[in-house]
Design a protein around this ligand. Structure first.
Ligand code: M6R
Length: 579
């Protein structure tokens, strides 16, 4: 959830670290800090955002350094809990992403041994343990330290007396970038792609000794080789390029992303694995979970293979059935709950498939198979283009299993999405931005589409928005309806239309204003809703894309009217690497 970055080379380290932390800020943004080393360790750390306070750290000297941007888990966001954390003497500095689950016990033992702590974080124990173990090189001390740590970590450590950085990884992402006489470390490769595309993905248990021109990696005490991979992500894709927000830019990239992803899913072996399975079990969190729910409706309409969809965080309370293919869907490839669920499925002898956007991410190292989405780097915390890319993967899987029923999608997707991006939604935005509570309702596949719409709305506008199956509203939530509770209702042609029209009438009767989403030229719907947002005529697959994108735009424009921090909503972070 936090972002870490490191540098060893010929440049001024602080400049590289500030640049890296600015790019990493979407992973956590409640405090930040940098340590550099020349004739000693220099540290500046602060509550707040690097993007607003970068000048406070720019004066640090040295060609080696580490930095951190934080999403608080242990200890409130303030100056003292910001990273880097140091040992008692201040000669060792550490930045950490993850959670040290046995930190409380370790901290008690260290305090009993005379160590003085200055923060409430779990991470600080790492610095003190390294100090305790320092008997020779920093590398050896880190190696001894990780034997004691439990939990997840990607951390970078440096010491006053050591000429490089030590990087260690366990269940938390960490990559190294090989430049010309300089080496970069980061929890996220988008940070370093401006400098080099030559990336080494560290594996769990790896400890790397990093200097300006050399990396030596050890795992379980043995030296190991990790080949560098050329990553062809366009570094420019991680910049805003004239849009007001990354979210807006990423929404506009969706026609391309959907098309590219659709075209890339053609792995025959995986399709055969799916065909041969007794059932599919999708596990995911947040938006990725909603994509899985949509997949279930699409798949079960045309195939006999049953699909079950579980929240990854709840999966551990169920019993996986061997013979099922378990599909982990995760944009970042780093979501801790999803990876834990995947490992659990493997313990029950299930075959596993990962659907992810990030090359070499943790999930790809666990799953038996991987399908990549082609969304490119997604920076805004709210998932938009990655969600559309997940849908593209699922459409293509269904297509392969159901005799090419979506063969036409590649020709249609650009047009449908582009038409939605041009829609006027001013009346709907004005209704939403004035409300304290909203419902998003639909039936059939538009039920999970509505869940996603509500998530987007609440995530970036801070308006309470609930996604509901339209038929369920009368089983309780009707008591919440009033003229102050607008309901966004999806009513498109298809098997749910008649029931949906009845549900909308019931809602209207309770006094709630209705924003209807339906096809153009639908007088029945137009007559009963307060505001109609028309989508282009298309088959149901096109309707799914249209309504999804429309709801993203509705949330985006509402958040803009309310002046929200759209790309970095309060209390959130892009990838959730803690359970
Ligand atoms: O990286 P993942 O797809 O595993 O992330 C899962 C959720 O954290 C994520 O989809 C989250 O719900 C989005 N920020 C919602 O917009």
């Amino acid at each position: 959830m936090c972002g870490i970055v490191g540098y060893a080379g010929r440049r001024d380290a602080a400049g590289v670290l500030i640049d890296g932390l600015n790019k990493l800020e979407y992973r956590g943004y409640d405090s930040f800090g940098i340590a550099t080393s020349d004739d000693g360790i220099h540290i500046v750390k602060k509550q707040g955002r690097i993007s607003e306070n970068g000048s406070s750290v720019s004066g640090l000297t040295g060609h080696i350094g580490i930095g951190h941007t934080r999403w608080a888990t242990h200890g409130v966001p303030d100056d003292k809990n910001a990273h880097p954390h140091t040992c008692c003497t201040g000669d060792i500095a550490v930045v950490h992403n993850g959670i040290i689950s046995n930190y409380a016990k370790l901290k008690r033992e260290l305090i009993a041994g005379g160590h003085l702590f200055s923060s409430d974080t779990d991470s600080e124990v790492i610095a003190h343990l390294i100090e305790e173990n320092l008997n020779g090189s920093l590398l050896e001390a880190v190696n001894d330290t990780v034997q004691i740590l439990e939990g997840s970590y990607a951390f970078l450590a440096m010491s006053k007396d050591d000429p490089g950085i030590i990087a260690a990884r366990m269940e938390s992402p960490l990559v190294l970038g090989l430049g010309d006489g300089e080496i970069f470390a980061s929890s996220d490769m988008t940070t370093i792609l401006d400098y080099t595309q030559n990336i080494v993905f560290l594996e769990d248990g790896d400890i790397a000794s990093v200097s300006s021109d050399k990396i030596i990696i050890f795992n379980s005490g043995n030296q190991v080789e990790r080949a560098a991979e050329i990553v062809e992500w366009d570094a420019g894709a991680a910049r805003m390029g004239g849009f007001a927000h990354f979210m807006e830019k990423e929404i506009y990239e969706q026609p391309e992303v959907f098309f590219n992803t659709l075209a890339s899913v053609d792995d025959g072996e995986i399709i055969e694995e799916i065909k041969g399975s007794s059932g599919l079990r999708v596990i995911a969190c947040g938006s990725s979970y909603h994509a899985g729910l949509i997949f279930r409706y699409m798949m079960e309409e045309c195939s006999d293979i049953p699909v079950r969809v579980d929240l990854a965080s709840e999966f551990r309370y169920f019993r996986p059935v061997s013979g099922e293919l378990v599909i982990a869907v995760t944009q970042s490839g780093e979501t801790a709950d999803t990876i834990a669920a995947l490992k659990q499925a493997q313990m029950h002898n299930c075959r596993t498939l990962a659907i992810t956007n990030v090359l070499g991410s943790s999930v790809t190292r666990v799953a038996d198979y991987t399908l990549y989405m082609r969304a490119g780097p997604e920076i805004s915390v709210a998932a938009t283009k990655s969600f559309i890319a997940q849908l593209a993967v699922f459409f293509q899987i269904v297509n392969h299993l159901c005799d090419g029923r979506y063969n036409y999608m590649d020709k249609m997707c650009h047009q449908v999405i582009e038409e939605v991006l041009l829609l006027d939604m001013e009346d709907a935005v004005s209704l939403c931005s004035g409300a304290g509570n909203l419902f998003f309702v639909g039936r059939s596949v538009f039920y999970p589409v509505s869940l996603e719409g509500a998530l987007k709305m609440k995530e970036i506008t801070y308006i309470h928005a609930e996604g509901y199956a339209a038929g369920e509203l009368k089983h309780g939530p009707f008591s919440l309806l009033s003229k102050d509770t607008p309901v966004v209702a999806v009513c498109t042609p298809g098997n749910s239309r008649t029931a949906m029209l009845s549900n909308i009438r019931e809602i209207k009767t309770r006094g709630a204003p209705v924003i209807g989403i339906g096809e153009v030229d639908d007088p029945d719907l137009e007559d009963i809703v307060d505001v109609l947002i028309p989508i282009p005529k298309s088959p149901v697959s096109g309707q799914i894309l249209a309504v999804t994108v429309l709801m993203q735009v509705l949330a985006y424009r509402t958040a803009k009217v309310l002046g929200r921090d759209i790309d970095k909503p309060r209390n959130l972070a892009k990838s959730v690497t803690v359970e």
